[in-house]
Design a protein around this ligand. Structure first.
Ligand code: NAD
Ligand code: DAU
Length: 334
C-alpha cells in the first residue's frame, strides 16, 4: 500500500530527474510514475539509477487521453514538463507554446476531471527582470512582466493554473524558482556548457559583458522546497523558491575557470542574447517563514565543485550531446 501515488511530468529532464532520484531515496512509500516525451532535453539515462523503482511512460503532456488515464491513477501530480531554454525559444517559439501552454492546460483538465492534487513548477522569469543596481527582489505580489517567448509561455501556464483554482476549485499550488544548477543539467545551459567546454578543450563563452545577474540554487534545494509545498503548502497559493544566491555571470564564469585550474580570463565574449534579462532575484522569506523551509546547499562554490566533479565523472551522459549543441551555438554566433 503506497502512501502516495505520484505522477511526475518531465521527470526525465534536469530538475525532474533529480526530483525523482530524491523521492526514491528519501520517500520509499511514494510510488513514482514519470510522463516524459523524451525530447532532446529528456534522457532515459537520467533515470537509470532508479529504473527499478519508477515507471517511465514515454508520451506527450498534450496527449489528453494519456494524461487523463495517468492522472486517474495518481493522488498527486508534479508538473515539470516544459520547453525550458530561452535561446531555443528565441529561435523557434512554437514548441514552447505547445508544451508549456497547451501541456499545462491538458494537465489542468485532467486533474479537474479526476479531482487530483497538482503542483505546478514555474520560474522567476515570469516577473521579467530587475535593474542591476537595485536592492528590490521578486515577491509573490510582483506583477507578471515576462520578456521572452519562454517566460511568456510559462506566465501563460501559471495564469491558467490560477484560473482553474478560482473557477473550478482545482487543488493546486504554484512555485516560481530561480536558476538551478547541479547534475544532469543539459549542456546547452550556462554552467554545464562552460564546464564541458573546458573538459572538451573548447573556450567558455560569455554573453555580452557578463554583467547579468542570476540567483543560483542547487537543484536538490529546489526539489526539497517543491516537496514541502506539496505536503504543507496552502492550496491556491504561489510560493517563490530561492536560496539567496545572486551572482553575475562573469563571476560565475571566473569561479568555474578557477575551480578547474584555468586562468580566470581564459574565455570568449560572444554575441549577447536578444532581450537579455538583466537580473533575477527572489525574496524567499515567505517560504522560510510560512513553511519553515531552508536551503541545504548554502556554499555555492562547494556546490559548483561537486557539479564539476559530476560532469568530469559522467562524460558518457553528456558527451553524445555536446557537438550538436556547440554547432547550434556556433550558427548563432554564440
Ligand atoms: P529540462 O529542459 O531539463 O527538462 C524538461 C523535460 O520535459 C524533459 O525531460 C523533456 O523531455 C520533457 N518534455 C518537454 N516537452 C514535453 C512534452 N510535450 N511532453 C512530455 N514531456 C516533455 O527542464 P528543467 O530545467 O528540468 O526544468 C523543469 C521545469 O522547471 C520547467 O517547467 C521549468 O520551466 C522549471 N524551472 C526551471 C529552472 C531552471 O533553472 N532550470 C528554474 C525554475 C523553474
Ligand atoms: O531563472 C530560472 C530560469 O533559469 C529557468 O526558468 C530556465 O528554464 C533556465 O534555463 C534558466 O534561464 P536562464 O536564461 O537564466 O539560464 P541560462 O543557463 O540559459 O543562462 C544563464 C545566464 O548565462 C544568462 O544570463 C545567459 C548567460 N549565458 C548563457 C549561456 C548558455 C552565457 O553567458 N553564456 C552561455 O553560453
Amino acid at each position: 500500500m503506497w502512501a502516495m501515488r505520484l505522477l511526475v511530468t518531465g521527470g526525465a529532464g534536469f530538475i525532474g530527474a533529480n526530483f525523482v532520484h530524491a523521492t526514491v531515496r528519501e520517500r520509499p512509500d511514494v510510488q513514482v510514475s514519470v510522463l516524459d516525451s523524451l525530447t532532446y532535453a529528456g534522457s532515459r539515462e537520467s533515470l537509470v539509477p532508479v529504473a527499478e523503482d519508477v515507471r517511465l511512460i514515454e508520451g506527450d503532456v498534450t496527449d489528453a487521453a494519456l494524461v487523463s488515464a495517468l492522472v486517474s491513477e495518481a493522488d498527486a501530480v508534479v508538473h515539470f514538463a516544459a520547453e525550458t531554454h530561452v535561446d531555443n525559444a528565441l529561435a523557434d517559439p512554437a514548441p514552447f507554446v505547445h508544451t508549456n501552454v497547451v501541456g499545462t492546460f491538458t494537465v489542468l483538465e485532467a486533474v479537474r476531471r479526476h479531482d487530483v492534487r497538482l503542483h505546478h513548477v514555474s520560474t522567476d522569469e515570469v516577473y521579467g527582470d530587475l535593474p542591476l543596481d537595485a536592492a528590490d527582489r521578486f515577491t509573490e505580489s510582483t506583477p507578471y512582466h515576462p520578456s521572452s517567448p519562454y517566460s511568456s509561455t510559462k506566465a501563460a501556464a501559471d495564469l491558467l493554473v490560477r484560473a482553474w483554482v478560482r473557477s473550478y476549485g482545482v487543488a493546486a499550488t504554484i512555485s516560481n524558482c530561480s536558476n538551478n544548477y547541479g547534475p544532469y543539467q543539459h549542456v546547452e545551459k550556462f554552467i554545464p556548457r562552460q564546464i564541458t567546454n573546458i573538459l572538451t578543450g573548447r573556450r567558455p563563452k560569455l554573453y555580452g559583458r557578463g554583467a547579468n545577474v542570476r540567483d543560483w540554487i542547487h537543484v536538490d534545494d529546489h526539489n526539497s522546497a517543491v516537496w514541502r509545498i506539496l505536503t504543507d503548502g496552502t492550496l491556491g497559493r504561489t510560493y517563490l523558491i530561492g536560496a539567496e544566491g545572486e551572482r553575475d555571470n562573469l563571476t560565475v564564469m571566473r569561479t568555474i575557470l578557477r575551480l578547474m585550474g584555468r586562468s580566470e580570463d581564459d574565455f570568449d565574449h560572444v554575441t549577447d542574447r536578444a532581450g537579455h534579462d538583466l537580473r533575477y532575484a527572489i525574496d524567499p522569506s515567505a517560504l522560510y517563514q510560512e513553511l519553515g523551509w531552508r536551503p541545504g546547499h548554502t556554499d555555492f562554490e562547494q556546490g559548483l565543485r561537486a557539479t564539476i566533479d559530476w560532469y568530469e565523472a559522467n562524460e558518457s551522459w553528456w558527451g553524445p550531446l555536446k557537438n550538436a549543441v556547440e554547432a547550434t551555438y556556433a550558427g548563432r554566433g554564440q
